[in-house]
Design a protein around this ligand. Structure first.
Ligand code: ADP
Length: 355
């Protein structure tokens, strides 16, 4: 492949140069000869005394043209070969790198020099290798995380079932219920994983329309109201009328419900949760504040990472799958917005969405 490419390029360059040189040589020789014949005919008798002079002159001209043509062809060959090598060698290097990438070695890079199209192609290839490397690392950690998440409930279930089977443990309704809860947790985890996966697929699209934030908040609040009442937590919805934005209503409700469910989870009984919103210049700022346990400063930078559970929620009873905020983060970013958390009296989640 290496040889073939630069030899083909050299052949093309040399061929074109040779044809041009040959055409110009032949035309110079023919027109010189034609004019000499004309000159001889016009001068007639007079020239008989100097026949060899004109012949020598013509020969000298023709020979010099032929020599320079030959020299030009040799020069074209050397330069053509050199140019072909220059063009083909980065391509050949990129081909080798692409082959190594295909074989799974993703830490390879192309040496990029200059800023022409070939250098840009090399840069794109380097970027591709980096992206693939990142994806591969993500895939590995994701698989490890999922395996880790599945192992604990499965081990618990397995030991409980074995104990029931061996008759060591009475299958009382409470014990069966605790097994049921483990299965519920697994079902939730699988559902959230599917959701996260769908959001990362290239076909994921938001169905945006003009929505009123007040109406969205009312729907979200309605969905969680019963659980809030059950835990005796007061939910205050302060969203004013007249705030509207371009968004996917179902996804926006999902963001709100996930944040409210977290607020509920991490706020003790008799606590309060406040939903606020205000119009900014080009954005809408939605805030959800609770009077719960708050978020430790060392957890703040990580809580939007998948499977991350804060220090205060390591206990599996409180903590869910650790995927809720990762899903919220993806949805907000899909809207072109930003989400961040602050810790005050409790936790404060701020969502900034473009109008
Ligand atoms: P989980 O399923 O554990 O709630 P999330 O992705 O929803 O997972 O949240 C990640 C972590 O962020 C939680 O484990 C918790 O430590 C922290 N967190 C989220 N919301 C709150 C909140 N309202 N108050 C305190 N901590 C919170």
């Amino acid at each position: 492949m290496n040889k073939k490419l630069h030899i083909r390029l050299a052949a093309i360059i040399i061929g074109i140069a040779t044809v041009i040189i040959l055409i110009s040589t032949v035309s110079v020789i023919l027109s010189t000869h034609y004019h000499f014949v004309m000159y001889q005919n016009q001068l007639g008798e007079m020239l008989h005394s100097y026949p060899s002079l004109s012949r020598h002159f013509e020969m000298a001209l023709v020979q010099s043209v032929l020599w320079s043509a030959l020299g030009s062809i040799v020069l074209a060959m050397i330069m053509g070969y050199y140019a072909a090598r220059r063009i083909s060698s980065p391509l050949v290097e990129m081909k080798k790198v692409a082959e190594q990438m295909a074989a799974g070695r993703l830490n390879v890079t192309v040496n990029v020099s200059g800023n022409d199209e070939l250098a840009m192609l090399g840069q794109s290839l380097n970027e591709l290798a980096k992206q693939l490397d990142r994806q591969e690392k993500l895939r590995v950690t994701m698989t490890e995380d999922i395996a880790h998440e599945l192992r604990t409930p499965l081990t618990t279930l397995k030991s409980h079932m074995r104990a029931f089977e061996d008759g060591i443990w009475e299958p009382t309704p409470e014990r069966i219920h605790s097994c049921y809860e483990e299965i519920e947790r697994l079902t939730l985890l699988v559902g959230e994983l599917e959701e996260l996966n769908a959001m990362e697929s290239p076909g994921f699209r938001l169905v945006k329309q003009e929505v009123r934030l007040g109406a969205i908040a009312a729907k979200g609040v309605e969905l969680v109201a019963a659980s809030f009442m059950e835990k005796k937590i007061t939910l205050h919805n302060h969203i004013p009328q007249g705030i509207s934005l371009q968004a996917d209503p179902d996804r926006l409700i999902q963001v709100l419900v996930n944040l409210l469910t977290n607020a509920l989870k991490y706020t003790p009984e008799q606590g309060e949760v406040h939903i606020e919103a205000r119009n900014e210049e080009d954005t809408v700022l939605l805030t959800i504040k609770d009077t719960g346990v708050g978020i430790a400063p060392e957890d703040l930078p990580h809580i939007f990472n998948r499977f991350y559970r804060g220090e205060k929620s390591r206990n599996r009873k409180t903590g869910g799958s650790g995927l809720g905020l990762a899903i919220v983060d993806k949805l907000v970013k899909a809207h072109g917005g930003k989400i961040w958390a602050e810790s005050g009296q409790g936790a404060i989640f701020c969502v900034e969405l473009p109008k």
